[in-house]
Design a protein around this ligand. Structure first.
Ligand code: M6R
Length: 369
């Protein structure tokens, strides 16, 4: 049932272009607008919302962190993202005008379920983003937008994460559409870009051999750091989480701007640091800043592994290893930038002799608080 792959994880990584396409299927009409009929929260109610709160755990939480950038940029509605396990214990401010989005692959994560129950008790509407039909979280929510990743067997989430991102983008764009925000044309352009993104993911998958080789060469390392900015920051967190859970290595993700506030003290000769570089187009200020960050860590001995878009020449002099990804609109970049990090973690774990589908101490769905 692994379809010729050595692990479910490798199979699921390979299935990502299809998972992304399936999650978009039937949700964009011929005119390029979104038809999310399944979101059974009326347009009138969605127009009343003055805040979005996202609750999730682990990888789904990272999808939520990325969603915040998209929701706030496209809709101008303030959005908070919180670890589901922390949420209800701090007496969060919730009311009928708060849209709560609960993201969960399994639909059975107890922390997320308890958070959404708490939100509904306060009168908020809950929209679930879920991959498992009929599971508890969608059953207890007001509405659900299913991701169509198909069953995810490996404990480490890969294709579910990409489809969670797609679903989050759809929700953000849909909110923009029903609320008629000033981003109308931009929204239509993004919807077109989103419809093409599966091809970009496919392209990345076709160029992963050097990443595998690099991963194998790092099998004896103790630590790998990950840096990113903007939506690349949650991608860095996700890369570090994958490495922890699969390779059992010390891995940490940082916002690159935080380096000088402490983490740069960790940099020493030969330390591998993966840097997710934002597009050189668009938000170019961020791009320039991260290039300086790469210079700074390299000057202190770091071995830089740079993930950058194919037309980005500025990073070349400072990259010990360069991983190219297709040029993608900034907010959508996580869909392509995450893929090399998944492959990297999977290969590194395998090189260390670990069982990638069933990492130690972990379960696929965490049904206890
Ligand atoms: O089923 P869920 O999406 O609610 O699961 C949330 C986390 O337990 C999950 O993403 C976990 O972090 C993964 N093992 C990460 O790869």
């Amino acid at each position: 049932e692994k379809g010729g792959y050595a692990s479910f994880m490798l199979k699921e990584i390979a299935e990502q272009p299809k998972a992304v396409a399936d999650t978009l299927l039937g949700r964009i009409d011929a005119s390029g607008s979104l038809t999310l009929d399944e979101v059974r929260i009326s347009a009138a109610e969605l127009r009343e919302m003055d805040k979005v709160v996202i609750v999730a755990c682990g990888t789904a939480f990272h999808a939520g962190l990325i969603a915040k950038y998209a929701i706030e940029h496209w809709t101008r509605i303030p959005c908070e993202v919180e670890l589901a396990s922390e949420f209800r214990y701090r007496d969060p401010i919730l009311d009928q005008q708060t849209l709560v989005i609960a993201i969960s692959q399994s639909g059975e994560t107890m922390d997320t379920l308890m958070a959404l129950r708490h939100a509904r008790e306060q009168g908020s509407k809950v929209l679930a983003i879920c991959n498992t039909n009929g599971s508890t979280i969608p059953r207890e929510s007001d509405a659900v937008l299913y991701t169509h990743a198909g069953p995810e067997v490996a404990v480490a989430s890969t294709k579910a994460f990409l489809t969670q991102l797609v679903a989050c983008y759809l929700v953000a764009l849909y909110l923009g559409q029903v609320r008629g925000t000033k981003w109308g044309d931009e929204i239509r352009a993004v919807i077109r870009d989103l419809a093409r993104i599966g091809d970009a993911v496919e392209q990345v998958l076709g160029t992963m051999e050097p990443v595998r080789e690099l991963a194998r060469s790092l099998a004896a390392q103790d630590t790998v750091l990950f840096l990113g900015r903007h939506v690349g920051y949650p991608v860095a967190l996700e890369g570090a989480l994958k490495l922890k859970e699969l390779a059992y290595m010390h891995a940490e993700g940082f916002a690159a701007g935080e380096l000088k506030h402490g983490p740069i003290a960790l940099i020493e000769e030969g330390l591998p640091v993966v840097v997710v570089v934002p597009s050189p187009r668009g938000r170019s200020v961020l791009h320039d800043k991260i290039v300086s960050n790469i210079q700074e860590i390299r000057a202190r001995g770091a071995r830089t592994i740079v993930i950058a878009e194919e037309d980005d020449e500025a990073v070349v002099p400072y990259a010990d290893h360069l991983v190219r990804i297709p040029a993608t609109p900034t907010l959508l970049q996580p869909l392509v930038a995450t893929v090399p990090l998944q492959v990297f973690a999977c290969e590194l774990a395998t090189a260390r002799g670990n069982e990638v589908d069933q990492p130690r101490n972990l379960a696929k769905s965490v049904t206890v608080e």
